[in-house]
Design a protein around this ligand. Structure first.
Ligand code: NAD
Ligand code: UD1
Length: 326
């Protein structure tokens, strides 16, 4: 069976993808520096799958360590999740973001090239479409987003497009939420969360007195922002399909991973309350700088070329996220 190296394996999406690939029979070498995760996740992966991964606590910017790992493990392909992902933090610490995300990816690619491994799946973001008009397909215009986080994704995409003899699936995620059905894996960022679902969960748990909705004066049907939420389990399946794709095909391809369904912030709150029979306290606050009103995907390309179709609805996303939090 193929051996796949996963960077950021202890993170939210990396851990779910790792479990799926182990269950499909792949051998996994995992790397993480635990900047935004903990060792507990590695134990959860073993608990769920009853299979061990070869794990290295390592930073993707440590070229020497990466060389040792590649020399010993000889993976066939890399799924590259490791990165910093907070827009607000990136505005405060741009150099940290450029260093970790851009320099880290260059370091990883150089080591891959040295060992003749030129197959990669990269975690990009729908943020690269932010100056275009929704819904977005893979041909929609991309440009450098305004914030450093978004710029790192855009820059890495441009770098990867220049690697002509590589096989790369460049996956643009929309808004991953939900959790593994076992409840043993979930989105558990260290420190203050940035995204909406962790805030909803913290409000429901009473860790936060109320949720702030960032603006209700957008040009949408209820005034709050619309996003394309996708279950992390569907997202992880997208990665296994993308892996089949790069293991069999040549060149670089971009794929959207979303459901194509838009849900507003208020709708998501209502669905979470109804599905989980819980009341959420919320207030309307000012708009958050940099938010776009509407963001959702057209997913025909992923469905046709990857033979992938998301299966889980927004109720299931809310239920699994809450069950895993309890
Ligand atoms: P996450 O923070 O849960 O996981 C990222 C993991 O990478 C963490 O475990 C972290 O410790 C590790 N890491 C960070 N820098 C590292 C480094 N230099 N060396 C080794 N490990 C390092 O984030 P996630 O939600 O699982 O996201 C995974 C990827 O997908 C990220 O690149 C992110 O930017 C991208 N993405 C996420 C979303 C989302 O909404 N979650 C949306 C679009 C794109
Ligand atoms: C954000 C980032 C995006 C990144 C993605 C994954 C911005 C502008 N975009 O996407 O670049 O790829 O996270 O990390 O930050 N909301 C509230 N209250 C909250 C939190 C969020 O109302 O407490 C709203 C936001 O205004 C937004 C929606 O919920 O309309 C979703 O927010 P979030 O989960 O942060 O995702 P995005 O903004 O879509």
């Amino acid at each position: 069976m193929f051996k796949i190296l996963i960077t950021g394996v202890a993170g939210f999406i990396g851990s779910h993808t790792c479990v799926r690939l182990l269950n499909l029979g792949f051998d996994i070498v995992g790397i993480d520096n635990f900047h935004n995760s903990s060792h507990e996740v590695i134990n959860s992966i073993l608990k769920i799958t009853n299979r061990k991964i070869v794990f290295y606590e390592a930073d993707i910017r440590n070229s020497k360590k990466l060389c040792e790992i590649f020399k010993k493990e000889k993976p066939e392909a890399v799924i590259h999740f490791a990165g910093l992902k907070s827009v607000a933090e990136s505005v405060e610490k741009p150099l940290e973001y450029y260093d970790n995300n851009v320099s880290g990816t260059i370091c990883l690619c150089r080591v891959m090239e040295k060992f003749g491994i030129k197959k990669m799946i990269f975690s990009s973001s729908a943020t690269v479409y932010e100056n275009s008009n929704p819904p977005f397909d893979e041909e929609s215009q991309v440009s450098a987003p305004k914030n450093p986080y978004g710029k790192t994704k855009f820059t890495i995409e441009q770098i990867l497009f220049d690697l002509k003899d590589w096989d790369i699936a460049l996956l643009r995620y929309f808004n991953p939420i939900g959790a593994h059905e076992s409840g043993d894996l979930k989105e558990s960022p260290l420190g203050i969360p940035n995204n909406l679902m962790p805030h909803i969960i913290n409000t429901a748990l009473g860790k936060m007195p109320f949720l702030t909705i960032f603006g209700n004066d957008y040009p949408t049907f209820d005034g709050t922002c619309v996003r394309d939420y996708i279950h992390v389990e569907d997202l992880s399946e997208g990665h296994s399909k993308a892996l089949d794709f790069i293991l069999n095909k040549k060149g670089i391809e971009v794929f959207n991973l979303g459901t194509g369904i838009g849900t507003s912030v208020l709708e998501l709150i209502k669905i979470f309350e109804k599905t989980n029979k819980i009341k959420l306290k919320y207030k309307i606050g000012p708009r958050r700088l940099g938010d776009v009103a509407v963001c959702y995907a057209l997913t025909e390309k992923s469905q046709n070329k990857l033979n992938w179709k998301p299966r889980f609805d927004i109720e299931k996303m809310c239920r699994d996220a809450w069950d895993a939090a309890l």
